[in-house]
Design a protein around this ligand. Structure first.
Ligand code: 4AD
Ligand code: MG
Length: 463
């Protein structure tokens, strides 16, 4: 079908006065004796468009004004400007065809629904302005990320989703099996015998593509992944999902400073992309969801991100210990409240925290000269806390082996990873950006469940 998008009606001045055909879903509908008005939206533009229905022009006037919210229509008519009205233009309908009707109990009526209610209708909520704005920004942010890395000469690589290794060593993996759960084969010791499983070994859904990403970076030089990631963490928070998307760049011949420079440059590029390409969406979210969003995004684009070491950060937090539910001391992992205090109160902008104690970070991070900390960085941002986690990797075979032994990691399972340190090892670094946390940041939405079209969290895998 030849149709014009509603976005075009607003942006293409040549269409004014012309006959256009638009197709979409009814948002509101009302009529008096001989004239009716409806608002339809086709997903291309938040505002939708008003359609004027006149009894004398439309042979099926009665059928149209009886339609319910949610019905799908194809409208042909003249696009006219309405400088006096609230909306800037409308369509004077010549013909209207009902594509699919709706019923009076359509779950999305013209009123503000709570985000909690919308989560119970995840199949319909994409039709709301909130989700339209979020999903548009999500899509644009993904495009921006690909564009950025492409422009910087990074190759996009695909790492496996089913894996035999635990990258983060946190044991938060979902097992993948084709064994009959009601009749599991057992070893002599009474444990499950994964030799009989599909892959002949125990496998899980990946928590990160980093280890394979490192292999690819040792060949292609600069790579990034962008794919789904899974974590069986039982943390029921606003910023954790069991299935989320992660972007993981990895590059050879670079250190922690290069890693932070890359993260900052990439984020500013993405923010700039959204500010130019999603003006309506950002303005809408600024007005209804998060006051000041647009200003904050501009600030990020123009500010220089802060830098502080973990050790200095802990000192600062200890001075303000009264503010926190969890006390801080050197050696412990920072809680969300600490992260947010650093970025929101102290720096009031994104800040990199670097050089964490090795005990609270993953095995692959490069040991610093002090023997206690590793060349790690987390990027903390206001409103969210950790958005990025990255590090320079341990490229020295003996150091890496020693660390793995300390942590009780089975060396035999990581031979291929250790080989990277045996054959042409180089200084290298990378990071992981949580895509949903980025989208939360770009939209001002405070719950991860509302930036994932169909969220998977503890106890929830509906739709
Ligand atoms: O800090 P993380 O665990 O780092 C890694 O996985 C490294 N292998 C990345 C690398 O260096 N290549 O996770 C990276 C980011 C976090 O900063 C956070 O934004 C996001 O992934 N993330 C989650 N997002 C949503 N739900 C969860 N459960 C998340 N866990 C981590
Ligand atoms: Mg992390």
């Amino acid at each position: 079908m030849e149709r014009t998008t509603i976005e075009d009606l607003y942006k293409n001045a040549e269409l004014v006065g012309k006959s256009v055909t638009v197709a979409g879903w009814v948002r509101t509908i009302r009529d008096s004796k001989s004239v009716g008005f409806l608002q339809i939206n086709d997903g291309s533009y938040l505002a939708g468009i008003q359609v004027v229905l006149e009894e004398q022009t439309l042979s099926n006037y009665e059928e149209i004004v009886r339609q319910n919210v949610g019905a799908s229509l194809v409208v042909t008519g003249e696009l006219v400007l309405t400088p006096q009205a609230k909306q800037s233009r409308e369509i004077l309908a010549h013909t209207v065809q009902v594509e699919g009707g709706s019923t009076p109990d359509y779950p999305l009526q013209k009123k503000r629904h709570s985000v909690e209610y919308l989560r119970t209708i995840a199949h319909l909520r994409p039709r709301t302005n909130l989700l339209l704005a979020v999903n548009r920004i999500r899509s644009e942010a993904a495009q921006a990320i690909h564009s950025y890395f492409y422009s910087q000469g990074f190759s996009y690589v695909h790492t496996p989703i089913i894996t035999g290794s635990d990258c983060e060593g946190a044991g938060e993996m979902f097992t993948v099996t084709s064994l009959d759960l009601d009749a599991l084969p057992k070893t002599e010791q009474g444990t499950v015998d994964f030799h009989e499983d599909f892959f002949g070994q125990k496998t899980s859904l990946t928590v990160s593509g980093q280890l394979e990403g490192e292999c690819m970076a040792m060949a292609l030089g600069k790579i990034y992944t962008f794919g789904p990631t899974f974590r069986a963490e039982r943390s029921n928070t606003q910023r954790h999902a069991a299935e989320f998307w992660m972007i993981e760049p990895e590059f050879a011949f670079g250190d922690l400073q290069d890693d932070m420079d890359l993260a900052e440059d990439m984020l500013k590029f993405v923010v700039g992309w959204i500010l130019t390409r999603c003006k309506e969406e950002v303005a809408f979210l600024d007005k209804f969801i998060s006051t000041g969003l647009e200003d904050r995004l501009w600030q990020v684009k123009e500010s220089e991100f802060g830098h502080i070491t973990y050790t200095e950060a802990v000192k600062l937090l200890e001075k303000n210990a009264g503010q926190f539910e969890y006390p801080v001391s050197w050696g412990m992992d920072l809680q969300t409240e600490h992260e947010r205090y650093l970025t929101e109160q102290i720096f009031q902008k994104p800040v990199f925290v670097t050089d964490y104690p090795k005990e609270i970070k993953s095995f692959y991070m490069r040991l610093n000269g002090d023997g206690k900390t590793v060349a790690a960085m987390d990027l903390l941002v206001p409103g969210i806390g950790e958005m990025i986690g990255g590090s320079q990797r341990e490229e020295r075979l003996d150091y890496l082996q020693k660390r793995m032994q300390e942590l009780g990691l089975e060396e035999s399972q990581y031979q291929w990873y250790l080989d990277l340190r045996r054959y042409g090892s180089v200084k290298h670094a990378g990071f992981g950006l949580g895509f949903e946390r980025l989208v939360m940041y770009l939209t001002g939405v405070t719950n991860i469940r509302d930036v994932l079209p169909f969220p998977r969290t503890t106890g929830h895998a509906g739709f």
